[in-house]
Design a protein around this ligand. Structure first.
Ligand code: PEP
Ligand code: MG
Length: 603
């Protein structure tokens, strides 16, 4: 028998950590790579002992001191904003103002002081309990705007954290201390913290929590570097300094990236840089098909800061101004003068390019605080089918007249069109036209009121199946049509946009929706009316040939989408587009239409 030789012990070499791919929500596009570093924050320690009566004045003075320090920090933050691009400043400054307001004579501070004066709580505990109580109240308020309530509750908590850090002198987390060129990782980031991030210091930003609708997201987007939010498990799966790739287009994070992944990312990055340069060059080229048809590309405007991005995008005018935003974040409804100024500034900034102002579209999920007193008392069982848009506006004639008067006055500064939302029957349109005449007559009689020569044209959003099917009738009272594919899809398929994606029902490419678009475009053609699409579908370059094939020649979309859609228009030939549209109209379902579009794109 051979002697048994013991095997030499296997050499224990530390194996390279395995590459891991994680998914989150894509916030800002682009590719970045570098070591991943977490910005950590020490937990807040909150002393909870009550304070003796004799100590109360001293404790109140300590609170005042912490408030003053907090205000100074926020003022400093505000002054640092000037280093950011103008539109980023416009987004961030109001949020800091909200925090500063809470550190003034606010309900929060009054509540905190009352708790300290009762002698039951230390200032730190008083801040914590009062902020939680107020955040709780905000969260239980009625209304559909859950995201808005969450944001406001977060703001109260954020201000409280700042006061407590200043009371206890516990340090804030520092971003500048992380290595230059790294990818910043955090469990979550607060809006005011996001304002402290120096974009040139980082290759990207990734968080484990947070969604795309929050204020933090708004601020991070403004920084303009690749960002992915809500990557669950991010911080359990990484070691400090792990080499990481961030893909802000796909919303992907590659931890411990291999050489092969890095090479692929580098290639992607240079392709993106080339594509961006090519898109910038498109700005001054016409939106014209290969066969010479001119297509009008316009911008949808939701927030005032987007205004100056319009010219840069290559869009010619505004195809949809969602006037709701003028009524948001205000305690009172803006009066005629205020609205006139707001619309006038926009029309003037467009410098002769047309502006289509949509009358207030509110109700249902569009919750505008200043208007809540106009909403029906009893909650509606089916708000999306209830009083919204023009249905609501016609019940509040003063609101309608004020808005019409302001728009007509603003029309003296340049070409303006008025658009009616959520039309389902002709009566809604004729009543609006009647209101326009009434207001026009009234304005004409007023002294010192500058008006355009003629009343602005009046058109409708085609966003209910009824409006699409009755287009020939509505065309008799209308100067133009704009198809709102977001609502048209929802009402045609009786499927909410927020339905879980696995149900796969809400899809504007569903042949039933395409047939309504086609029908509207043909009716408009016969009646000689211009017809545009201003729903999200207009912003997808893959759908551009299909929409042109369905007879659409005007598209309005978010400014960011204009260059890509223009590129798609310039690659189109109308004859091929019409063939593609016929194929799509005959398709059995949306999935097949997607396949048809992909095949056409790859051909
Ligand atoms: C639409 O419904 O397509 C549309 C543009 O209107 P909104 O998205 O504002 O409802
Ligand atoms: Mg709509």
């Amino acid at each position: 028998m051979k002697p048994i030789k013991s095997k030499p012990a296997a050499k224990l070499t530390p194996s390279a950590p395995r590459e891991k791919r994680l998914r989150g929500q894509p916030l800002y596009p682009g590719i970045g790579f570098g070591p991943l570093h977490e910005a950590t924050e020490a937990a807040l320690v909150i002393p909870i002992q009550p304070c003796a009566k004799s100590e109360i004045p001293k404790e109140l003075a300590r609170l005042d001191d912490a408030i003053i320090r907090s205000r100074h920090q926020l003022q400093k933050l505000k002054s640092r904003l000037t280093a950011l691009p103008k539109d980023s400043q416009a987004e961030i400054a109001p949020l800091l103002d909200v925090h500063l307001h809470m550190l003034g004579s606010s309900r929060l501070l009054r509540g905190i002081k009352a708790r300290i004066q009762s002698g039951e709580q230390s200032p730190e505990a008083a801040v914590q309990t009062e902020a939680e109580a107020q955040a709780g109240l905000i969260l239980t308020q009625a209304g559909d705007d859950k995201a808005g309530r969450l944001r406001r509750a977060d703001e109260v908590r954020e201000v409280a954290r700042r006061i407590i850090r200043n009371l206890t002198r516990q340090p804030f987390r520092s971003f500048a201390a992380l290595p230059q060129g790294s990818i910043l990782a955090a469990k979550d980031l607060r809006p005011a913290e996001a304002a402290l991030i120096q974009p040139s210091h980082f290759a990207g930003i990734v968080t484990a929590e947070g969604g795309l609708d929050g204020h933090t997201a708004v601020m991070l987007r403004a920084l303009g570097i690749p960002a992915v939010l809500g990557v669950s498990g991010l911080l359990d799966k990484t070691t400090p300094g792990a080499f990481t790739i961030i893909d802000g287009d796909k919303g992907e994070i590659i931890l411990n990236a291999t050489k092969a992944s890095l090479n692929a990312a580098r290639k992607q990055l240079s392709a993106q840089t080339r594509a961006r340069r090519a898109l910038t060059r498109l700005q001054h080229l016409p939106a014209q098909t290969r066969c010479g048809t001119q297509i009008e590309l316009q911008a949808n405007l939701e927030l005032p800061f987007e205004l100056k991005m319009i010219a840069e995008s290559g869009a010619r005018g505004i195809g949809l101004l969602r006037s709701e935003f003028m009524f948001m974040n205000r305690e009172a409804v803006p009066d005629e003068e205020t609205q006139t100024r707001m619309y006038h500034d926009i029309v003037e900034a467009m410098d002769g390019d047309p502006v289509t102002i949509r009358l207030l579209d509110w109700g249902s999920d569009k919750d505008v605080e200043a208007l809540s007193r106009f909403l029906p008392e009893a909650s509606e069982p089916n708000p999306a089918l209830g009083l919204r848009g023009i249905r609501l506006l016609l019940r509040h004639k003063k609101l309608l007249d004020t808005q019409l008067a302001a728009i007509m006055r603003a029309a003296a500064a340049g070409p303006v069109r008025i658009m009616v939302p959520m039309v389902s029957v002709a009566r809604e349109l004729t009543e609006t036209r009647e209101a326009m005449r009434r207001v026009w007559r009234r304005l004409k009689q007023r002294k010192n009121t500058i008006l355009p020569e003629k009343m602005p044209p009046l058109g409708i959003m085609v966003e209910t199946p009824a409006a699409a099917l009755a287009a020939p009738l509505l065309a008799k009272h209308s100067d133009f049509f704009a198809i709102g594919t977001n609502d048209l899809t929802m009402y045609t398929l009786a499927a909410d946009r927020s339905m879980p994606s696995d149900v796969k029902l809400y899809d504007p490419l569903e042949p039933a929706v395409l047939r309504l678009i086609h029908l509207t475009a043909s009716f408009a053609g016969t009646a000689g009316l211009p017809v545009s699409i201003c729903g999200e579908l207009a912003s997808h370059p893959a759908a551009t040939p299909l929409l042109l094939g369905l007879g659409i020649r005007h598209l309005s979309m978010h400014v960011n989408a204009v260059p890509r859609v223009k590129q798609a228009v310039r690659a189109c030939h109308l004859q091929a587009c019409e063939q593609l549209a016929n194929e799509a109209l005959a398709a059995p379902d949306a999935e097949t239409v997607h396949q048809i579009l992909t095949k056409a794109h790859d051909a």
